[in-house]
Design a protein around this ligand. Sequence first.
Ligand code: FCB
Length: 466
Amino acid sequence: MRLKRRDFLAATAALAAFPGNTLAAKAPAFHKDFLWGASTSAYQIEGALDADGRGPSVWDTFTAQGHIQDGSTAAQACQHYTRYREDVALMKAAHFNAYRFSIAWPRVQPQGTGPANAKGLDFYDRLVDELLRAGIRPLACLYHWDMPQALQDQGGWQSRAMTGPFADYARAVAARLGDRVKDWMMLNEPNVVAIFGHGLREHAPGLGLGEMGVLRALHHQNLAQGAALRAIRAEHGDCRLGTVTSVQPCRPETSSDADRAAAIRWDAVWNRVAVDGLLRGAVPDVLAERMAPIIQPGDLAAIRFPIDLLGLNYYSPNTMRHAPGQMFEVGWGRAPTDRFTAMGWPVQPDGLYEVLMEFKNLYGNPATFVAENGAAYDDALSADGQVHDPERIRYLADHIAEVRRALADGANVTGYLAWSLLDNFEWAFGLSKRFGLVRVDYDSQKRIPKDSYRWFADFIQKARQS
Ligand code: FCB
């Protein structure tokens, strides 16, 4: 659907009555140091896959195997590798004070181990300097899914042997950037990697190993993360350390006992193995028996770490039903809403409040930040050369309103980063799903700020002033 300018104006007028948009009129809710910005990941935006000695990653292999739905590749993506200055300027113009990006392991260690490739690190060096010049705090994430293929060939996350290489890699990156980067995130969504890349075949490396494949990948990422946290802590005492995980409330589709049990099982797999491992050194009860064979003495202590900052990615709750024959005997049910994004994901902002309050009430209120939140819609370029995306504005406003509600109720939320700055390579969906605040014309590489970009910029400015 193409939206005309007048439709947009009508939609934004309607939005003025929406809770998230009355922010400026209300008492201050966001601390002046609250982090506002966006997140991206290396593979999804950088392009330049052969530049400066980068090695192949599992996503290059998965793409070459023909798994990308629209047949596209990340070879160009947003060409951020060469256009990063323009992208940082866009962040600055939107009043961002924070930006989470990821470092590509295959640029730093093309074969996954061995001495660091200085040229690969040079890129992040330039990017960090550019961010600091723009007054934007760099939050670096060490692993956003692009495992070096050479390590995958040795078993990848199915193997305990990744722990040492990941800690070495973390040490090498922090040695180069730790004088300027003061926030380090270890992993992005170990649960999504484990479920979709190891249990199922929807993401790289596409192993399809089922339940034990998921649990091994989760446990081994937890172990690698624990080792990397300790490696950086040992040498960079002044850094804030953490990780990023996807947390989505798991709600039963119906009130039947079977659906409720399914939701509890899925909650254990999706949320608890990562979170309880890190924060409590614990394994969820419903998985204890199945995980016992892969947990060795000392593992849980090695996984637990007193992090400084926890990044939470939230898109929607998981509505689950009992599904015999499927992995963990769960299946996705129909969410009780008629709002869906172009990914088919339900829009249920109250789930974000639930998640934030859960960390306050059940985990001792650690410092958290929303590390990803946003929506893909079928944006089109209008005749006036602009992208009018009122649905994305509404999505963001609704979710920020829930952050504000959680803050008012005492949750220790310290930032909100939208996913994403730019339209980008959305994994197995390729270039077909647009999540950006800024449209990217992939042929010309022109950046076209959407209405949501202007809305967000304005919102941040008002939030700071209030
Ligand atoms: C998250 C990923 C991110 C992006 C968004 C839409 O699961 O962390 O890379 O794909 O979903």
